[in-house]
Design a binder for this molecule. Structure first.
Ligand code: MRU
Length: 359
């Protein structure tokens, strides 16, 4: 049974508290938008797709238990709550894209004379949010399979694959299966994976705590390294590919992802290792032309200076703690999506093919 980080049924939402992993597996109930916002902001749930899904489901939960007499009042309520959810974390674009899409949907439902009551409108709106869970898993399986094929196509003969991944992009960061970790899962299922290396991913340790947890859980042959070992790993361990996720891909392919991704891409280019960004279209922001326009979240110093309640840095030292960095498109071999593999410069050609849930 795969890891289930988000449990939802009939207006009830629970998430696995990722602040406690890997030592404790504890589900917390999300009773509405306020709880959803806090869980995202505190990083009890994290990873761009999971942030959007939990944010939107927290709205579904809240609406589930309220009664509305007027369609206009329901539309206004949804509009305010969506704007609030988008403010929980700034870099990952998935929540913003979902919010824009749902805003369009609710505007259309308000105008649609076939949707007669506010309760009718609410039911239709909630069912679109509920569909996000299955869609994300299906998208991730497609990403996994496309990515595995791209890596195998570039590797001669019967060579088994050795990959490096960064941060956590698996079942814990999505509705299930994962994006870059989905590629690892697909290679493993095909019996083509020799080994996956995951970085510790300082300062929040998503690699050591979460990716390592998923890999051990699924019995995937894997090894943890600290972030400063990447160059040595590439020089000595014959890595066939790097697979990472994305928090926001700009229209030109520049990609914001977990801090440290950029330096891995530089090292991959130096060592001639293909570097793949694996992300659904809900992580692509066609409204910005390049990565300089991506807002980069800065997290509290405490996430650097403490590990599990123990201070590890000298008191009084200044800290800089950007949570993400931007990898220039020219260092990215390809972007692996649910619709196939694209050179970064070809993403823009897909802009007008995006289908909104509002239609
Ligand atoms: O700060 P986080 O843990 O939310 O950052 C997560 C990442 O950077 C992931 O690589 C990205 O969101 C993709 S998850 C499929």
């Amino acid at each position: 049974m795969g890891l289930e980080s988000i449990k939802y049924k009939d207006g009830k939402l629970e998430i696995l508290d990722q602040l406690l992993l890997p030592l404790e597996s504890n589900y917390i109930q999300i009773k509405g938008v306020e709880d959803g916002w806090k869980a995202i902001n505190k990083m009890q749930v994290r990873g761009a797709p999971a942030i959007a899904i939990v944010g939107c489901l927290s709205l579904a939960v809240e609406l589930y238990n309220e009664k509305f007499d007027e369609k206009k009042v329901l539309r206004q309520e949804i509009e305010g709550k969506l704007n609030y959810l988008v403010s929980a974390r700034p870099t990952a674009v998935n929540m913003k894209i979902a919010a824009d899409d749902l805003q369009l949907l609710v505007n259309n439902l308000e105008q649609d004379s076939n949707v007669q009551s506010a309760e009718d409108m609410k039911t239709k709106f909630i069912s679109v949010i509920e569909a996000m869970l299955d869609k994300d898993v299906n998208d991730n399986i497609a990403i996994g399979n496309f990515g595995a094929k791209a890596i195998l196509d570039k590797t001669p003969g019967d060579t088994l694959i050795r990959v490096l991944t960064h941060c956590n992009t698996g079942s814990l960061a999505t509705a299930g299966y994962g994006t870059a970790l989905g590629v690892v899962r697909s290679l493993h299922k095909l019996k083509k994976l020799e080994h996956v290396y995951c970085t510790e991913t300082r300062p929040y340790n998503q690699g050591a705590r979460l990716t390592a947890y998923e890999l051990v859980h699924d019995k995937v042959p894997s090894t943890l390294i600290v972030d400063s070992m990447v160059a040595a790993l590439m020089r000595t361990r014959n890595i066939n590919a790097v697979v990472v996720g994305a928090d926001r891909v700009a229209a030109n392919g520049d990609t914001a992802n977990k801090i440290g991704t950029y330096q891995i891409a530089v090292l991959a280019r130096y060592h001639n290792v293909p570097f793949y960004v694996c992300a659904p279209f809900t992580s692509i922001d066609f409204n910005i032309t390049n990565g300089d326009q991506i807002p980069i979240e800065e997290r509290p110093d405490r996430e650097m200076t403490y590990v599990g309640g123990h201070r590890i840095a000298a008191p009084g030292i200044n800290c800089w703690n950007p949570s993400f960095d931007v990898t220039p498109a020219k260092l990215i071999t390809a972007v692996v999506t649910e619709r196939g593999i694209f050179a970064p410069c070809d993403l823009l050609s897909q802009k007008d093919t995006i289908i909104s849930t509002a239609n």
